[in-house]
Design a protein around this ligand. Structure first.
Ligand code: BG6
Length: 530
């Protein structure tokens, strides 16, 4: 019986979860943008966790609001906690109400809630997979999802391969008779090169590469997707996007939050593993890649992998001179007082874990030789700001020698990823007046001013692409391997030489002094974090 006839899965339907009339409007409505995803069930492992409530369900809700989900659609949450279908939907509703990006629309939620189901069980318990299998069959009959399933492993990383193996062993990962089965794997993908390879081997023993979707939520951000569009849809930038014109590139990912409630995970991970081989390397690859031959998934990912492989591996000496680590001490950010990192819950009082990383990387290829890529990422910094600054070479000073101008400022193109999304280009202009004086001015484009604010979590596009089977915005194993290969020597040196000066920066500042020195030694300076 099809969903469009208003049938809700029999064992769990309650008044509250009955499909409302408005679902017919949603189902028959024309998508606002793009085509509708094919019939499918999304199964979320770790369904009682934060990521599900704060990102995944709001993203599905936004997709429903944009009419991008098909009528033949369902969600099954799978986690240890006990819920029945209605109770689980209620739990999600209470999280979404008040937080729904763009406001809470009752009819959209009612449409989605009537498709939400739940199975409780442990991720390594074979019987639980038997229950999941039954639920999938029932849900498929009730909602007409045609046996297509998108699994989302929003679990802690030790369960990634366990879940994949259990799915396969219970016949839930098999693609047959035109049905597809795909698995989205959350980060972190391994703790280093060896464990990332091991995880990949385990996944490949039960899944084909075409079924594996390694997610990096940075690729779900509009401004990150726009890097490629900006570079390749504008004729004026590509010819100067190289060592001849670019002096250096600065990538900053500054957060004001401390480690919050994630001490248990973070103290074992640290800023390097948490942010660099994934989010930051995605940004580097998009800024530095060669133009792909098409926007097909593998054409794009081939170029990203190539440039990641061209990042020069650091020798132990390089690690000492070209990388900086930091840990925050108590400080004030705006009105907020932050305690020492070491006194956060679930963090060791002697922790040697870094909450800040800065690095100077080189890309060994024709386009980028001798152009340093400086990156810095940290928690508890002065402001929240993720940006990529492309600093161009200064023009020759010769013309200005006998004027009042003492130096020329370089042109800087800044891609503001978040929170103040936009692009600006800094250039020099004559200050009006009788003498020749130069000022720096910005040509600025602001996303929300121009396109209006888009209520989004960043997971919409990734979930939607997973349903459509488009892997372009997901990481391939070779990209991750290349990233870990760069980070691994740093991890090795850092673990062999524990830091002696932690904590070495105060919350609310721009990070440790050594990070400034990294650029000062090259006659350069970081852009202020503000
Ligand atoms: C996550 C990291 O992957 O990204 C977090 O584990 C970090 O530590 C977060 O805070 C940053 O994401 P965003 O989208 O807020 O920049």
């Amino acid at each position: 019986m099809s969903d469009a006839q208003g049938v809700v899965h029999g064992t769990t339907a309650s008044e509250a979860r009955k499909a409302p009339d408005s679902m017919f409007q949603l189902d028959n409505a024309v998508p606002i943008s793009g085509k509708q995803a094919p019939p499918c069930t999304v199964v979320i492992f770790g369904a009682a966790g934060d990521l599900t409530a704060r990102k995944l369900i709001p993203a599905l809700y936004n997709l429903a609001r944009e009419r991008l989900l098909p009528g033949a659609f369902a969600v099954i949450g799978f986690a240890r906690r006990d819920y029945d279908d209605a109770g689980y939907a209620k739990h999600l509703e209470s999280e979404l109400r008040g937080h729904a990006p763009g406001g809470f629309d009752e009819s959209v939620w009612a449409w989605l809630a009537s498709r939400i189901h739940y199975v409780s069980g442990n991720f390594d318990d074979t019987e639980a997979y038997g229950r999941l299998s039954n639920k999938l069959r029932d849900v498929d009959t009730a909602h007409g999802t045609r046996g297509n399933v998108l699994y989302y492993l929003a679990t802690s990383p030790e369960f990634f391969s366990i879940c994949a193996r259990q799915l396969a062993a219970n016949g839930l990962a098999q693609e047959e008779s035109g049905k597809w089965r795909r698995v989205i794997i959350e980060k972190p993908f391994g703790r280093d090169l060896r464990t990332a390879r091991e995880l990949d081997k385990q996944l490949h023993s039960v899944l084909a590469e075409s079924q594996i979707y390694r997610i990096d939520h940075y690729l779900g951000k509009e401004t990150v997707q726009n890097i490629m569009v900006f570079r390749f849809s504008n004729g004026i930038f590509e010819p100067i996007w190289n060592r001849r014109y670019i002096d250096h590139v600065q990538i900053t990912v500054a957060e004001t939050l401390g480690v919050e409630k994630r001490g248990g995970y973070y103290d074992k991970s640290g800023a390097l593993r948490d942010m660099v081989p994934n989010h930051i390397f995605q940004l580097i690859s998009l800024v530095a890649m060669e133009p792909p031959v098409s926007f097909q998934a593998d054409a794009v990912r081939d170029e990203q992998a190539k440039v990641l492989r061209a990042i020069q591996p650091m020798t132990p000496e390089d690690v000492l001179s070209r990388s900086v680590r930091g840990q925050y001490a108590a400080g004030q950010i705006g009105e907020r007082l932050l305690a020492d990192y070491r006194s956060e819950p679930n963090v060791s009082p002697e922790s040697a874990t870094e909450t800040f990383v800065a690095m100077k990387l080189g890309i060994d290829n024709w386009r980028w030789t001798d152009v340093p890529f400086y990156l810095r990422v940290g928690k508890a910094l002065a402001a929240r700001s993720t940006e990529i600054a492309i600093q161009f070479k200064r023009p020759p000073f010769v013309l200005f020698r006998n004027t009042a101008v003492d130096k020329l400022s370089p042109n800087t193109l800044v891609l503001r990823i978040q929170p103040d999304e936009g692009i600006s280009l800094k250039f020099g202009a004559k200050v009006p007046g009788a003498t020749l004086r130069l000022g720096s001015v910005d040509m600025d484009f602001d996303y929300s001013e121009h396109f209006g604010a888009q209520p989004a979590t960043g997971y919409e596009r990734l979930l939607y692409d997973g349903m459509l089977g488009d892997q372009t915005l997901f990481q391939r194993a070779d990209m991750l391997e290349a990233s870990w290969a760069v980070v691994n020597p740093v991890l090795d040196v850092w673990s062999a030489l524990p830091p002696r000066n932690f904590p070495n920066y105060h919350a609310g500042t721009s990070g440790p002094r050594d990070a400034d020195l990294l650029l000062e030694r090259d006659g350069r300076a970081w852009r202020p974090i503000k």
